[in-house]
Design a binder for this molecule. Sequence first.
Ligand code: PEP
Ligand code: MG
Length: 595
Amino acid sequence: MTFSIHGLGVTRGIAIGRAVLVASSRVDVAHYFIEPDQVAGEIDRVRRGRNAVIKEIQRLQQSVEQLGPKEAPPELKALLDVHLMLLQDEEIIGGVKHWVRERLYNAEWALTSQLEVMARQFDEMEDEYLRERKADLEQITEKVLRAMQEEMQGGSASLYVPTQALSPSLHAAKPGDADGADKTALVLVAHELSPADMLQFKQGVFTGFITDVGGKTSHTAIVARSMDIPAVVGARTASQLVRQDDWIIIDGNAGVVIVDPSPIILAEYQYKQREHELARSRLARLRDTPAITLDGEPVELLANIEMPEDAAHALRAGAQGVGLFRSEFLFMGRQGHLPDEQEQYQAYRRAVEGMNGLPVTIRTVDVGADKPMDSNAQEGKHLNPALGLRAIRWSLADPAMFLTQLRAILRAAAHGPVKMLVPMLAHLSEIRQTLSLLEQARTELHREGLPQGAVQVGAMIEIPAAALMLKTFLRYFDYLSIGTNDLIQYTLAIDRADESVAHLYDPLHPAVLRLVADTIAEGRAQGKEVSVCGEMAGDVGMTRLLLGLGLRSFSMHPAQILAVKQEVLRADAAKIAPWAREVLESETPAALMGN
Ligand code: PEP
Ligand code: MG
């Protein structure tokens, strides 16, 4: 039966494919297609993993038999019996065979897919005792996954231990290879995905995403946008309503998910999908056209990137540089082992060299809030994480760690033009500490005789306090970059990651526009560059307004550059300016935006 689910569209376009439900705790499992001649081997891998866990439980059962009732309570015996029974249930291996043979999923992916199917059956059971067995099913699946991991690593550690998140090495254990595989498009459906989870899927097999939670400018949405695949977040109960393997349409333009579409609906969306592709290929012709308004104003279009390898996408999209390299993605999903100076230096250097002489703006680490370093990290667990120890506050709390990053950035600057950008500044003391640590990094490198380059230093304006003390900021910094995602969040007191207040997250709120306009105007008045690097810069509905307010530098996901360029080419900056002022003065700016 066809039904639709409404959420928030984060990337334009249409994706059509089968649903792959993934529990947040299992996104670390590798997802890749296998070759048809690997089918038997993959099924065997699951079988061997299962048998290893069965043996382990049987051994435990025997040792439990020899203990008295005090050391081995009857509940433990019963638990082992249940786990053994579940493991021996042929439905697991039967399902795994289906996913491997019919869909060419790798062993781990097939096992977790079958888990999602069976977990759903448990959820639907009337009997409470049986319903609760779902947790046991999840536990034994984790143990089988762990056994398979041990086998691949040639280890022999005890398999029957409390399950924690599996290490990323499992994901990296074997690269995906989609050649020759079943090419049915797949869309990922999850309750929640962290930005680090999303990175795992960046080169992955999915052509669309749906999550129950998240706002339009949550970092998960931002990574989805950088992957340029249709995605809907804040779809509330999607992960409960959608079943494994359901046919799904994601309409990223409207923020709608259609489940089990009828042939007529499917045909309509296939048509829309082709239209979208056509429009994109037309835009591609603008790649080498300079971004200049009708009245001759040159406009700088820069790229936001998450990893050094994204520099190639930025160049392909015709970016004039990188306006925001979110360096925190180098720090995520590493179980607390931070990248050292050499690793960071090499990563920044790759980005700099990848841009062939165009400037790269490296933002110092901005972890915290909805960007925890690891899914179970503490820095995201505070009462109000968005107001807590994130970004520059986190860096200044650990000066040695920050110094490492500053040294790496200065060293990378020896290989091409680098700008440094500092997030979340609000206090003069933070500005002074940052600049003094930067000076220390320069002196240290000089003393050690290590090459370093000149670096322009800029501040992000993303806390209203910063936007209200621009003169101070402009005295200390070479340029400013407006982080509208956070500026909106903090001006309106709306958690950008919370879909329940997403309707109040308003880029056109008069207070937000005032802060943006004042920052642009003050920067221009003092002859210093001001850029916007929040999602507003890549929103074609905002291009004319920002141009009219005097903005001449936009930084966005590479995928949005050409569409924004088209708007720039059609705009007459001088003619738009009076209209932009009117919008700025209005109590209801949205009403004037159709002009
Ligand atoms: C912003 O806040 O607008 C910004 C660009 O930074 P981030 O989205 O990474 O917080
Ligand atoms: Mg920000």
